[in-house]
Design a protein around this ligand. Sequence first.
Ligand SMILES: C[S@@+](CC[C@H](N)C(=O)[O-])C[C@H]1O[C@@H](n2cnc3c(N)ncnc32)[C@H](O)[C@@H]1O
Length: 346
Amino acid sequence: MACEEAMQTEELEKTLTEEEEKTAKDYYFKSYSHFGIHEEMLKDYVRTDTYRRSILQNTHLFKDKVVLDLGCGTGILSMFAAEAGAKRVIGVDMADIADVAKEIVKENGFSEDKILIIKGKVEEVVLPVDHVDIIISEWMGYFLLYESMLDCVLFARDKWLSPNGMLFPDVARLYVCAIEDETYRREKVNFWDDVYGYKMSAIKAMAMTEPLVDIVPAKQIISDTKCILELDLYTCKKEDLDFTSNFELTMNRQDFAHGLTAFFDVQFSKCHIPTGFTTAPFGEHTHWKHTVFYLDEPIRAIPNSKVYGSISVQKHPKNPRDLVIELTTESPDSNQARQTRRYLMR
Ligand SMILES: C[S@@+](CC[C@H](N)C(=O)[O-])C[C@H]1O[C@@H](n2cnc3c(N)ncnc32)[C@H](O)[C@@H]1O
């Protein structure tokens, strides 16, 4: 086994001790306890305004309904739902921000009868109702599935959503496309080949193993895009979130593909007019940015040449909020050998 491959495997197979596992979980909710992360999300206008429109332009759906706001954070979506005429909104969040949300809803004139904030894990809390009519949740992580919060939405759906209940959003899709990224790859990966004259191959291997989350300018996309996962939130199961997808990309210019980038979109399909947003490089930027998987060997692309790929996404066995992603690509059109790499998103 080549040295780099061995390091890849070792990195991925490292299992967390119980203590580390607990720390990872604590860290997750701790990160949502500080107002900074909520400020970043609230200032993401694409995100927050789409949720606002999906709720406030659809008061006919919310009027007199019981709404669960799963992972309510500051309570912003709870307040939209109450303003849209919901009979009662129940906001649940495990992070300390829930204590602040209680103050926020009060400050804005909502009584506990209108918006009840419960601090706790959705898997453990007791709701004051047996069923809810609508579940709203902003659960999407980087690469859509990172953080695995969708599992909690599915848990809540199966436990509390009434038979004709609605989910906001209710459709999510994940896509990939090929990108040219020589400059950035050099800056982020090849940098470790020569650091003031010293080699730091161990860090280079780590940099290759972790997908990079950053903005990819649309002009760097050199192929069409393919959907690798489509989720109907009414019917999907937890098991569907670990998946393998085969795809075929068609290159649209002569260049080198240094990696693939992934992005997602979500839809609120019950709305009166189509409502949703995309995190694609060719859309407005969002705080989710784009997720880049660098290839070991850049692929020579010519117009209409094909790259055949396979991507498999699994939750990390010890810390399910992390993802293990395996990507295989080959391009017979440019005599490019098959290459496979495992990535760890943490
Ligand atoms: C992405 S934030 C969204 C916050 C807010 N809804 C908004 O749109 O601004 C997700 C929130 O869900 C909470 N959360 C994640 N998993 C949870 C769980 N299992 N139980 C309760 N809260 C959870 C996090 O603490 C975090 O505050």
